[in-house]
Design a protein around this ligand. Sequence first.
Ligand SMILES: [Zn+2]
Length: 209
Amino acid sequence: MPKAAVVLLLFGLTVLLVALLAVQPPPPVEFAVVVLDAGHGGRDPGAVGAGVQEKDVNLAIALRVQKQAEGVPGLRVVLTRTEDVYPTLLERLELAEALGARAYVSIHANYFRDPKVCGVETWLDTGASPESLRLARALQESVVRATGAADRGVHRQTLYLRHTKLPTALVEVGYLSCPAERAKLQDPVYQDKVAAGILAGILAFLRRP
Ligand SMILES: [Zn+2]
């Protein structure tokens, strides 16, 4: 075979191999239930920025994560609320425990007196397990990547999440006190980006041993 033909053949095989690897789906998730919590609800609006209520933003994003997760084999996303109601914090955790959830993720939006403060943060309870830390880091990284929002990091404080041993994290998806972010958080296209980030974070957490 002439040298040029060999080179061409090798090139062709390489292209084929790369194409095959590219279409290879990511490893499936071993069946897992994940409980997603839309923070606040009902009589508790959460933060309010220029009339935008946190409870509504949280719910819109949670519903979008659940919708996007429908296409993921092995993953079942259960919401603590699907409408404007207020389950108690312990009821939310009890749901996750009763379902044997692999993770519990609470969605919130932030507020601060300085309107220049914008970005995404993820919170853990002060006594959180290494698994919760792994979940929080995966969520923070994925949401920042999906949205391009400022990365304000993973932090700890005393949270109601301490009442369960399940891996838990609380994502603050943006600041309702930051005008640009408040506008984005009401935009369905941006809400879908946040949701995609949360889903990617959950999947990264579930896929790693
Ligand atoms: Zn909140």
